[in-house]
Design a protein around this ligand. Structure first.
Ligand SMILES: [Zn+2]
Ligand SMILES: [Zn+2]
Length: 383
């Protein structure tokens, strides 16, 4: 984005939620979100889906040599740090397109400082983690990244058959009767989400941080992406739709069929669904991400860029564990040893005194006996 005032580069500023010129400080707000359920919605069948299109400003696709992340960045903002793994200077330029143009975006509203503050507090208690995690050095790597998501809406018409359970009674007399049933159910299903990110897709921890409402979206605007990094979806739209059918849509349809039969439970459902009036959005969701390799594994700190969710996976420091285990064992040993000494010494002392007293008594008795015997012998001798 070029500044209208001086021609320099304007970059999205999270704190001010708009574009700020790095040269003259000019400010330009982002277009305001319309309260529109249709924001960013595109007809699924409107092929071609605007692939390989112009993202509104010069973008480059780069691949991290270390972890394989595919990132879309400003052509003029080549930074050397991969937000996923923290590797430096491993970005290699790739001469391919940036993929489908996003249709909606949630701009960053939470600043780096806010995330740092939050994680710094969390990490204070991360006693077993390496110091660079605990003391927040990893937070220095925090990078704003837009993570790709697909959302789908569709009218569905499903013929199903399966077993439906009806529960009667309660407590000990509770019983479920099962009946084979079939039927047809129609339902409009909205907002089935599939993560398009390579790392976030299979990582529960990373994924747990991302949640968004359709109302959070604004239509895609290149301004929100100016100076920022976006991950390219590694899942094609068709593959995402197939996944949506097997997960979110399926769940909703089974639920609708159960309600259709007025049943409490259902099982062994087989179904055939027709999808029509399918709409999709290709959404960019803001995430603060810091990655770090430790012991050959990647550990991430992740925080939402628009709500207060965050999570992190911390490594356990092997030297710390070994050090503290040794110290702990030593402490136990010393404590037990000292305890034994402390317990035994007075005993030994008392035993010694007792032995001395017994010895003294024995000695005195022997002495007395001796005296008596000697006296008797003297008496006998006198006789
Ligand atoms: Zn300017
Ligand atoms: Zn990487």
């Amino acid at each position: 984005m070029k500044c209208g005032n001086c021609g320099s580069t304007m970059v999205y500023d999270v704190a001010r939620q708009g574009l700020v010129c790095d040269h003259c400080g000019s400010y330009k707000p982002l277009p305001k979100s319309q309260d529109d359920q249709e924001t960013g919605q595109v007809d699924y069948d409107s092929v071609p889906h605007r692939t390989g299109s112009d993202w509104g400003s010069a973008k480059s696709l780069v691949t991290c040599k270390s972890c394989g992340a595919k990132l879309i960045i400003d052509a003029e903002h080549m930074s050397g740090m991969c937000p996923f793994c923290g590797s430096s200077v491993v970005l290699t330029l790739e001469d391919s397109d940036c993929g489908i143009l996003p249709s909606a975006i949630i701009p960053f509203t939470i600043t780096r400082e806010q995330v740092e503050e939050k994680f710094y507090r969390w990490n204070k208690f991360a006693f077993w983690s390496p110091e660079k995690f605990r003391k927040g050095k990893v937070l220095g790597n925090l990078t704003p990244v837009y993570v790709p998501y697909w959302t789908f809406d569709a009218d569905t018409k499903t013929s199903y058959q399966g077993e439906f359970g009806y529960t009667t009674g309660s407590g000990d007399s509770e019983k479920t009767n099962w009946y084979g049933r079939s039927g047809v159910v129609e339902k409009r299903i909205e907002g089935v989400c599939i993560c398009g990110s390579r790392r976030f897709h299979d990582d529960k921890l990373l994924n747990s941080v991302i949640s968004f409402k359709i109302g959070d979206l604004i239509a895609y605007t290149p301004e929100a992406l100016s100076g920022m990094t976006a991950e390219k979806s590694t899942i094609s739209m068709d593959a995402a739709m197939e996944e949506a059918k097997a997960t979110g849509f399926k769940k909703e349809i089974i639920n609708a069929a159960r309600k259709d039969q007025d049943a409490d439970d259902c099982a062994k459902i087989s179904m055939e669904t027709q999808y029509s009036n399918v709409k999709f959005r290709y959404v960019l969701v803001p995430v603060w991400l810091a990655g770090c390799r430790y012991g050959g594994k990647i550990y991430n700190i992740v925080a939402s860029g628009h709500n207060w969710q965050g999570n992190c996976r911390r490594p356990v420091s092997v030297p710390k564990i070994v050090g503290f285990t040794v110290a702990f064992l030593a402490l136990i040993f010393v404590t037990v040893f000292l305890g034994v000494v402390a317990f035994v010494l007075p005993l030994a002392f008392m035993a010694l005194i007792a032995a001395f007293i017994i010895y003294l008594i024995m000695f005195m008795r022997t002495f007395r006996d001796q005296n008596r015997i000697e006296r008797e012998m003297q008496d006998r001798a006198v006789e």
